[in-house]
Design a protein around this ligand. Structure first.
Ligand code: ASP
Length: 280
């Protein structure tokens, strides 16, 4: 049983030392809670649970604390994939729900598993998800001052459970100030993908991640026999060739954990029951 989570990027220039310390503490705490949960739950349930905790922490750009889009409205996207069944479900540009990842998870049993906009919100309402504003005063202030604080605080989790089953979950408030209707990578197989060999969750510029097909490529390469490390190296070389910006976390079926980014400070924490690894 192992777990790795990410909370997007930390920019030394845009954020204070206090925020960095707060993110380190928050990630450690959530990795521990999710690992405890994994003792009695599947990787799939745990990935959703970990991402819901990250969504509830306003330090990150997902769920509560999400970025505001160009027209003043928050629209969030999230997806989850069960590595064993290769079933993925997600919501794109959903408004006014507390935990987009839990709506995404609820969709896993449906024939129509990725819903967008008002369809996603209607489904959430019909399935008991209350109306909830994820706006916080800080984001409104940034929006009003037309300040782009760098976004890049998407969250994700990859887990392997006691049966060796893998899952990945990812949730985002988007880039901030985007054209309404823009679709991020997070609810696509470029940003969130898994099968029985490997599971990956990404953060970064959605357009770059989609162009590079980052998560799907890493998983496919590992499935075809490449080591996790080599699959990352190759995929990030290709990302660099298009001047792309991204970070990714992963676990393979042997329980190897890996992460890489095209910037030195993707914030992450992993826990294998003995050792925490936390971004510095
Ligand atoms: N990938 C997200 C997006 O492009 C942003 C992020 O990772 O922070 O919407």
């Amino acid at each position: 049983m192992k777990i790795i989570i990410h909370g997007g990027f930390f920019s030394e220039s845009g954020q204070s030392h206090e925020v960095k310390t707060a993110k380190q503490n928050s990630l450690k705490n959530i990795a521990q809670k999710a690992f405890d949960y994994l003792q009695t739950h599947s990787a799939f349930d745990t990935a959703a649970y970990a991402v819901s905790l990250l969504e509830d922490d306003e330090l990150y750009n997902a769920g509560t604390g999400s970025q505001i889009q160009g027209d003043g409205i928050i629209r969030m996207s999230a997806a989850i994939i069960n590595g064993e069944t290769e079933k993925m479900s997600g919501v794109i540009n959903i408004e006014n729900v507390k935990n987009p990842i839990l709506v995404a998870k609820a969709l896993i049993g449906e024939d129509d598993r990725v819903l967008g906009g008002s369809g996603a919100k209607n489904y959430a309402t019909e399935h008991g998800f209350e109306n909830y504003s994820t706006e916080i005063p800080q984001r409104r202030k940034e929006y009003e001052e037309k300040l782009n604080n760098g976004g890049k605080g998407t969250v994700g989790c990859v887990a392997i459970d006691k049966d060796g089953k893998l899952a990945a979950a990812t949730s985002t408030g988007g880039k901030g100030f985007e054209i309404p209707g823009r679709i991020s990578d997070s609810a696509t197989v470029a940003g969130n993908y898994a099968n029985s060999f490997c599971a990956v969750s990404c953060t970064g510029v959605g357009e770059d991640i989609v162009s590079n097909a980052t998560a799907a490529k890493i998983v496919t390469r590992v499935t075809d026999g490449m080591t996790l490390e080599n699959a990352f190296t190759r995929t990030f070389e290709e990302l660099k060739a298009i001047d792309g910006f991204a970070g990714a976390i992963a676990i393979d079926k042997k329980g190897n954990i890996f992460h890489q980014d095209s910037h030195p400070t993707m914030v992450f924490a992993s826990f294998d029951g003995e050792q925490f690894k936390i971004f510095q």
